[in-house]
Design a binder for this molecule. Structure first.
Ligand SMILES: [Zn+2]
Length: 157
């Protein structure tokens, strides 16, 4: 059960990291934004960042601004760092904007994933190569924990 969870985290983390990396690099050329029907916030993925903006009171926007939009980013420019801004007057309301660089998101998922992969690669002698179960002290033909076979030759010491 624990092993399954660990494997899920490892693969889930890998998929998320790769996805975030692709979105990060892709967002240098291609932007997306989203505004819900209530227009209480706006979200954009552009130039290597995720930007969220809240405007209070929520403005009334024409329908064509609502929902998803996408297009080419021009000129090519990546933004690398966090940004926060508050108090700007936009469309008759006060705006608060938070910008998070996407490489940071990729790192948040990527670092623990790399650690999980790395730790699974290193097994001390006498432990099952597949699951790390301690095989010393008895003559096992297969690992009693996960059934892995054949056992590593360095098991006996
Ligand atoms: Zn095992």
């Amino acid at each position: 059960m624990r092993r399954r969870l660990r494997s899920t985290c490892k693969w889930g983390g890998t998929v998320l990291t790769v996805l975030l990396f692709v979105v990060w690099v892709g967002s240098a050329w291609w932007w997306y934004n989203f505004i819900p029907r209530s227009a209480s916030y706006a979200m954009a993925i552009e130039r290597g960042t995720l930007a969220v903006e809240w405007v209070t009171p929520a403005p009334t926007l024409p329908d064509r601004y609502l929902g998803w939009h996408t297009g080419w980013s021009r000129p090519f420019r990546l933004m690398w760092w966090f940004r926060g801004e508050s108090g700007t007057v936009v469309r008759g309301g006060t705006a608060t904007e938070v910008v998070v660089p996407l490489w940071f998101g990729a790192m948040i998922f990527g670092l623990p994933t790399i650690i999980l992969w790395y730790r699974d690669r290193r097994r001390a002698p006498g432990l099952c190569i597949k699951c790390g179960y301690d095989l010393r002290g008895a003559d096992h033909k297969v690992c009693p924990e996960c059934g892995a076979t054949p056992l590593p030759s360095r098991t006996t010491s």
